[in-house]
Each structure stands twice: as C-alpha cells, then as structure tokens.
Design a protein around this ligand. Structure first.
Ligand SMILES: [Zn+2]
Length: 348
C-alpha cells in the first residue's frame, strides 16, 4: 500500500518529502533581529537546517518580547521584517511569498518559501490602519495574541483554567473582519476560549490554529479542546501540531506522543484538518540567560522538548515514525504539506 518494492525506508522518506514540508510556525524573524549585527544568519544557520529536513514553506512569525512592550513593539516588528528581507536578499535559497503563485514559483525554483506571520497584534497598537502597512510588507497570517492581553483580546494561559473571561475587544473584532477582507489568514493559536468563540462567530472563511496541541493530552487553555478542534474542522481549517507542548511530563515528550496529537485531531475532524506547526525554539531558549528562562517557565510553562524532534534537521524522524505507525503515503503527504498548501491556495 505504501512503500514500493525494493525501496529503502530512507528512499521512502525522500519520496514523501519530494515537494518539501510546510511548517506554519517558526520564530525566525525575532532571532534575525536579535542577531542584526551578525549578518548571514539565515544562510549559515537556517538554510542548512531547512535543507536537511526538506522544509519547503515556513510560516515565519513576527513576535515581540515583553521587554520591548509597549513603546517599541512597532519598531521591533518592522525591524524584524527588515532583517528577513535583508537576509533573504543575500542568498538564492529563500523567497518571501505573498500569494500562492509565488509559493509555487519559489518551490519550482528550489527556494524555501517564507510566509510572514504575526504572533500577537501588539505592533499594531490599536490602530487598524497599520494592518494595511504590514499587509503591504508581506504579512499574510495573524494570531491576535500571545499569552498576554493586548488591544485586540486576551491570550489563553498555560493552565487548565483561569484565562481572562473577556472576548475580543472592539478593535479585535474590527481587526478580524479586516483580515478576512484584505486576505490575511486568521490564526487562533494562543487566543483565550472566549476570544476563540468570538472569532468563530465573526468569520466566514476557514481559520487555522498554526501551532497548538490537544487539551486531551495536555490540559491547558493555551491548547485546543475537542470542541474547538471540531469547530476548526467544520470550517475546513487546519490545526498545526506543536512539538513543544505535547505533554507536561518530560518522560512523555516523544515523537510517538506527538503523533498521538495528530491522530487525535484526525479522529475528530479527519485527515484534511491536521498539519505541522513545530514551533521549534529550544535553540532560542539556549541563547537566553538562565534568569529569563526561569522567568518564562514561571510565567508560561516549562516546555518539554522532544529530544529527536527539536529542530528542522529532525523532520525525517517524524516521517519515519509516521510510516512505522502505518499512516498511508497519502495521509503522510497531507500532514506534512498538502493540507497547509490547500489553505494557502484557498486563502492567499
Ligand atoms: Zn506561540
């Protein structure tokens, strides 16, 4: 059914990866910005990792850290976009893509397609006009909040209950409607439960959750409940499975358990509703001073990294395990790239 005769497992993985994988959440722009005095990071650090994992499309998230809030949020986000373009210009390996045709063209030219996304609307303040500026700069997907409150709404917390009860603000509601109108994908990752419901009732197009996990296995309001998963499915959206919040227990952080999350989503909404949103960030953690890591762990949660799935060079480990677990070629291709490509084609 899957492997063709005489094909080794490595050849089988190679064949499944031939179109390139889509990872819809990666905090690369923040790192490029922090290393702005050290150019060529994208070429020397990221390109080899993406190539080793056959990554074809990367949702690259603008994310502004607490220490820049609120005054510098806009400046830092613009600085991050600037670094993405400046670094991409220096290599043939990447293209920043604004629509589906550009993604296809980039892939045909063996380039890795970068889709700019935003994690937390803080750079906009409460000024809807600025959305158009970011759109013109290439922004094509937005997640309204991180784990904090901003002018658009409130984030879900890393605990089973206790997220703010309020939904989207007036600005948040306008922002969602304007995103749908101009063609920016609405991402429900991180939004609190009430905000999630508001977005569902405000929108008509498919929405996505770029990087999350199932509350069934890790019950925190930052992850998605079965009811939320079903809502995404009913709308024809896709949920990207996050590799850092599969469990609260280090000994359970395995690729098998990552696949349990994939399977759970499939059981609820079918194979067309799941993709990957690895959110690889162990290397970012390792760059931080110890005090900041402790502070983040206290405020959010201590992520349990999966030792053989911590960066893009490990992507083949996931595919190997999907094959071993009996997923068909067709299903694996949907999980690794076809589902996200369908969303990008429909919405961009
Ligand atoms: Zn996130």
């Amino acid at each position: 059914m899957s492997a063709t005769p005489n094909e080794s497992i490595d050849q089988h993985i190679e064949r499944l990866h031939r179109h390139g994988l889509v990872d819809m959440h990666f905090d690369m722009p923040m790192d490029l910005y922090e290393k702005r005095n050290r150019p060529n990071v994208i070429k020397s650090h990221y390109l080899p990792e993406f190539e080793a994992g056959d990554i074809g499309v990367v949702g690259s998230a603008l994310y502004v850290e607490d220490r820049y809030m609120p005054e510098q949020a806009l400046r830092v986000a613009l600085g991050q976009i600037s670094r993405v373009y400046a670094e991409v210009e220096k290599t043939d390996g990447f293209a920043v893509c604004r629509n589906y045709q550009e993604i296809v063209r980039a892939r045909e030219g063996k380039k890795i397609a970068i889709v700019l996304t935003m994690e937390g609307a803080e750079p906009l303040g409460d000024d809807l006009n600025l959305l158009r500026v970011f759109y013109e700069l290439g922004l094509r997907e937005i997640c309204l909040t991180h784990a904090r409150r901003n002018a658009a709404g409130s984030g879900g917390i890393f605990a089973p209950t206790g997220s703010p009860k309020d939904g989207l603000t007036g600005f948040g509601r306008e922002l969602v409607s304007e995103c749908e109108r101009i063609g920016i994908i609405v991402d429900l990752a991180h939004i609190n439960p009430q905000g999630f419901e508001d977005i569902v009732s405000l929108t008509k197009k498919p929405f996505i959750v770029s990087h999350t996990n199932a509350r069934k296995f890790y019950d925190i309001e930052r992850n998605v409940s079965d009811d939320q998963i079903k809502l995404v499915g009913q709308r024809g959206g896709v949920i990207g499975i996050n590799a850092i919040l599969v469990t609260s227990r280090p000994e359970k952080a395995t690729i098998d358990h990552y696949i349990d999350h994939i399977e759970h989503v499939i059981n609820l909404i079918g194979i067309d509703g799941v993709g990957i949103g690895f959110d690889f960030c162990e290397y970012l953690f390792n760059q931080l001073p110890k005090e900041i890591v402790e502070e983040l762990a206290a405020k959010l949660a201590r992520p349990c990294f999966i030792s053989d799935l911590t960066n893009h060079t490990h992507a083949r480990n996931l595919t190997r395990k999907l094959i071993e677990r009996g997923f068909t070629d067709e299903d694996i291709e949907k999980i690794l790239f076809r589902n996200w490509m369908r969303i990008l084609r429909e919405l961009l």
